[in-house]
Every structure is written in structure tokens, then in C-alpha cells.
Design a protein around this ligand. Structure first.
Ligand SMILES: Cc1cc2nc3c(=O)[nH]c(=O)nc-3n(C[C@H](O)[C@H](O)[C@H](O)COP(=O)(O)OP(=O)(O)OC[C@H]3O[C@@H](n4cnc5c(N)ncnc54)[C@H](O)[C@@H]3O)c2cc1C
Length: 508
């Protein structure tokens, strides 16, 4: 074998997966059809869960200079009346601000530097994957360079992170379920020359005559996106002389340089089968959604996080049925978010003026009555390797005698038992404890229910005291992706929960 895992495609999903697997000590070869990074923005934002993954990778501080923390999001109608004014949580559940606006080339440069410095990971650029052959023992990947020269790579597993039109999905079975959203948008990106007072930082103009989305994409860039009608002349619209009049109410050429104009078709679909034998799909190769919730790339990074530790366990000898839990967990999650993104997109971009007037009246009345918009909470994972919870473990500040830091920095991100006190662990059998330790399991014990002693860490800003009391648990088993496998209300329940996990994983 040339490597443990071959990754096809070096977009954000492939980069995250390569870095995660490399940090786990796995050998990885990435095959990417282009020579260099794309170097232009596509995604505009990411969330606190993604930042927690960057934290795990050790790059959160390096990512920050290419981002703005987004405090809120405003919808206005065609008459400039505010329909909705959402405030994002800061910090969010994962211990970081809930919404970052970003300049994607900065993020990709940062991830690329990390991946290139990770031992065991090799990037082969200018290699288009054209064939895959899974013989049950491994997969032979054939790639072709610009000169037509072919090379093969032998890998124990292959993950297709090759985007919406990728080869790997077509190779698996190619069946896509269309989730019935299809709109053309014109996306115009600007590099700012100066600060423009009054330029909205994140605003949706819900005008039935012309929907516009205005967002900052990091500290020095701004994006205007316009919904297009099906009969729009897209070749004409991308010409700079036709872009400037569209943004004239906000920007002039003295304020900013137009760096890119692109036509995008926003669509939504889910691939039927994300795994066949030793070949899997992740990111846009498995699912696509319109960008109204800024969750497309983020979902791909969640896939990578979900898959990386499962591949690592299977490569270290656990049953490879574990890999079947990947689609079981990720597909319902991504479908829920896609449905919400479509719902939001439809509400923002109504074409019918009468329906839009009704929407405006309803939303303005809710604002006058001081009804705060509901915060969108993504669902827990279900099915797969989840017992009775599946939510993300919150991340707060914790302290040891030596230091105060975010929880993951202190407790780590392997398999973890998080307990309110030491007696919660008392009924775990010796044998189970040994098996738990053999799979790299450790514990993080608070001193929440005892005044003195017994705890390794203190709940510095109260996040865990609240969480234990809301869930009624004395302990939880947390997976390496920070999702909770299960909650235990008594020491006996923790022992049963751990036994159930060990038998679900089977022997090594
Ligand atoms: C206008 C717009 C705005 C968006 N805004 C957001 C946002 O704010 N937040 C968010 O989270 N998401 C957003 N998204 C979605 C996000 O950009 C995508 O979900 C994300 O890029 C998917 O990443 P990926 O790595 O899965 O695929 P891609 O980024 O498509 O990368 C796939 C890679 O595979 C390579 N490849 C393809 N075929 C082969 C082959 N045969 N051999 C080798 N290499 C191959 C490609 O060259 C490419 O590098 C937005 C999308 C658009 C279009």
C-alpha cells in the first residue's frame, strides 16, 4: 500500500480530512486536478463548530486575521424597512463566536500550510483522478496529469472530496436526489480600497423585484449577490460595466476594486450512497445546498471530522462496519440544514409582490411586538454510533491548577468520559476500563457536586454546571468529534453506556 487513505480533491473538505488524518498519524495522499489553490473566494462564512475543528487542528489563531466576527444579520424589504435583525451568539455552543465572515483564500492558505507541514501527508497537484478499482483489500486510484501521463496510488481507503461534479460519486453510483431548489445568482466580489461608512456588513435585501445579498467576506473584501431571472443574459451581466451600476447605491470604483464576477446556480441535492466498500464521499461530492445559511463548506468539514476518527479506528483494527455509521449520522443532519436553507432562501427571495407584502407585514408586526426571531439550532446526530444524545458537547472555559483554557485544550479531543464528579465513574468494571483505555479513552472529571477534592478541572464560566443540570446527567461519553455518544444519570447508567459502546465497536 502507498498510503492508508487517498483523498480525491483538495478543496476545504479534502484539506480538513487530510489534516485530521495526518494528525492522527495516518499516511495520506491527496490527488488534486489543479496545480495551485483556487485563490478566489467562494464560501463567505463559517460557524463556531468549524472554528472548534480549526482549534483541534491548531490553526484557529492563524485563521482569525482573514475573518470578521459577525455580530448580526439584517433583512430589509424594498422600502428599506427592517424585517428581521438577528444577533448571533458570542460565544456559541462551541466556545467561539457563532458566525465568522471570511476571505476563503486566507483560510485555504492557512489550511494548506498546515497540511503541507503534517508528516505523512503528501499532496500531488495536477493529478485528475480518472479510475478507481476496489479489490476488497484496497483501492487502486489512477490519475492523469496535464501531459497525459498516468500514475496509480494504492490506498486502503479512498475518500472523494471532489466537489459537486466529481468523478468519485459517478463511480459509486452517481444517483442524486434533487431537493428542488434551483436559482441563478450573480456573485460580485470587491476588494475594498477604503472604509465606506454605511456599507451594510451583512444584509439581505428582500425586494421581490431584485433580491440582493450584501456581505463582508473578511476584513478587506465585500460581496454583492443578485438573484437572476431564468432569461437573464448571463454573458452580458458579468461584464464589469454592467456590475458597477448594480452596486452604485453602495460602492463606486473609488471605494473598491471589482475582483471577480461569477454566475452560480444554487441547487440542492443529496447523493444516495456515500460509501461503497472502501470508497466514500464527503463534502459537496455527497451533498449540496444553497448558501443562505452559510453551511455548505461547514457541512463538508463536519463530514471530515466525522469520518477522520472512524477511519482511524478502522485502520487500527476495529470492524469496518463503523464506516457505515458515517452516512447514517451525517445524512439526516445535512438534510435538515439543507431544508432550512431552502426555507430561508424562499422567504428572502419571494418574487410575488403580494406574498412579499404579507411577509413584510407579518415580520414588521413581530418586530413591533418585540418578538425575537427564534435561533436556529441544528439537530443532534441520530442513528449510527449514538446511544441517547448526539448533541455537541458545549465548550466553555475550564481551569486546572496550572491554567485556564477552552475545554478541548485541557481535556483533549479523543474518546472522553466527562463526569460531574469522581463517584460517577465508580461502577465501571476493570475490564471495560481497560478496553476504554486501549481505544485511547480518557476522562475529564469536574468537581461540581463536591466542595473539596475529587475533580481534575473547574468549570470556570459555569457552562458545564448548567449543562449537567439541564441534561440531568452525572456523566457523558463524548466522541472524538465532540458529539455526545450518550448521557448517564447514575454511575450504574454510565457503566451500562460504556459497555454498550464497547460492544457496538466490537473487538479490535
Ligand atoms: C457563492 C457561494 C457562496 C457560498 N457560501 C458559503 C458559505 O458562506 N459558507 C459555507 O460553509 N459554504 C458556502 N458555500 C458552499 C461551499 O463553497 C462549498 O460547499 C465548498 O466549497 C465545498 O467544498 P468541497 O471541498 O467539498 O468541494 P470543492 O470546494 O468543490 O473542492 C473539490 C476539489 O476537488 C477537485 N477535483 C474535482 N474533480 C477531481 C478529480 N477527478 N481529480 C482530482 N481532483 C478533483 C477540484 O479541483 C476541487 O479542488 C458557498 C458556495 C457558493 C457557490
Amino acid at each position: 500500500m502507498d498510503c492508508d487513505v487517498a483523498i480525491v480533491g483538495y478543496g476545504p473538505t479534502g484539506m480538513a480530512l487530510a489534516a485530521l488524518l495526518g494528525q492522527q498519524g495516518r499516511s495520506v495522499i491527496v490527488l488534486e486536478r489543479y496545480q495551485g489553490l483556487y485563490n478566489l473566494p467562494r464560501a463567505a462564512a463559517f460557524d463556531d463548530e468549524t472554528m472548534r475543528t480549526f482549534q483541534k487542528l491548531g490553526i484557529s489563531e492563524k485563521v482569525l486575521p482573514g475573518t470578521n466576527i459577525q455580530r448580526g444579520y439584517v433583512w430589509i424589504n424594498g422600502n428599506d424597512e427592517v424585517l428581521l435583525d438577528i444577533e448571533y451568539d458570542n460565544p456559541g455552543r462551541c466556545g467561539w463566536p457563532s458566525q465568522y465572515m471570511m476571505y476563503q483564500p486566507h483560510l485555504e492558505d492557512t489550511m494548506d500550510t498546515l497540511v503541507r507541514s503534517t508528516p505523512g501527508v503528501e499532496i500531488r497537484s495536477g493529478q485528475t483522478v480518472i479510475a478507481l478499482a476496489d479489490d476488497g483489500e484496497g483501492v487502486t486510484v489512477t490519475a492523469r496529469d496535464e501531459n497525459g501521463t498516468e500514475q496509480t496510488v494504492r490506498a486502503r481507503y479512498v475518500v472523494g472530496c471532489d466537489g459537486g461534479n466529481g468523478f468519485v460519486r459517478k463511480h459509486l453510483d452517481g444517483k442524486l436526489e434533487d431537493l428542488a431548489f434551483f436559482e441563478n445568482w450573480l456573485v460580485c466580489d470587491f476588494e475594498m480600497r477604503r472604509n465606506v461608512p454605511g456599507l451594510p456588513s451583512f444584509q439581505q435585501v428582500c425586494n421581490p423585484a431584485q433580491s440582493i445579498s450584501i456581505v463582508n467576506i473578511g476584513p478587506n473584501h465585500h460581496r454583492f449577490s443578485f438573484r437572476l431571472e431564468a432569461d437573464a443574459d448571463r454573458d452580458e451581466l458579468v461584464k464589469p460595466e454592467n456590475v458597477w451600476p448594480r452596486v452604485a447605491a453602495y460602492l463606486t470604483p473609488d471605494d473598491a476594486d471589482l475582483i471577480r464576477v461569477a454566475n452560480y446556480t444554487f441547487l440542492s441535492c443529496v447523493t444516495e450512497s456515500w460509501r461503497k466498500g472502501r470508497i466514500m464521499l464527503a463534502g459537496d461530492a455527497a451533498h449540496q445546498m444553497p448558501p443562505f445559511l452559510a453551511q455548505g463548506m461547514v457541512s463538508g468539514i463536519r463530514d471530515a471530522r466525522n469520518l477522520a476518527w472512524k477511519l482511524d479506528m478502522v485502520l487500527s483494527g476495529y470492524d469496518d462496519g463503523l464506516l457505515d455509521t458515517y452516512q447514517k449520522e451525517r445524512e439526516p443532519h445535512v438534510r435538515y440544514i439543507t431544508d432550512k436553507a431552502i426555507e430561508l432562501g424562499r422567504a428572502q427571495t419571494m418574487r410575488d409582490p403580494e406574498k412579499a407584502r404579507e411577509r413584510d407585514a407579518r415580520m414588521i408586526a413581530a418586530r413591533k411586538a418585540n418578538h425575537k426571531p427564534d435561533k436556529l439550532v441544528y439537530p443532534p446526530l441520530k442513528g449510527g454510533l449514538i446511544d441517547n444524545d448526539g448533541a455537541l458537547l458545549p465548550q466553555g472555559l475550564v481551569s486546572t491548577p496550572a491554567r485556564t483554557a477552552l475545554f478541548d485544550e485541557i481535556a483533549g479531543t479523543g474518546w472522553l468520559i466527562v463526569a460531574a464528579d469522581r463517584p460517577a465513574l465508580s461502577e465501571i468494571s476493570e475490564g471495560d476500563l481497560e478496553s476504554w483505555k486501549a481505544m485511547g479513552g480518557s476522562d475529564a472529571v469536574f468537581a461540581l457536586t463536591q466542595m473539596f477534592g475529587g475533580g481534575d478541572i473547574w468549570d470556570t464560566n459555569g457552562v458545564y454546571g448548567r449543562w449537567f443540570s439541564e441534561t440531568g446527567a452525572v456523566a457523558a461519553i463524548v466522541r472524538p468529534d465532540s458529539y455526545v455518544y450518550g448521557l448517564a444519570k447514575t454511575p450504574g447508567e454510565l457503566s451500562t453506556l460504556l459497555g454498550g459502546l464497547l460492544s457496538a465497536l466490537g473487538p479490535r
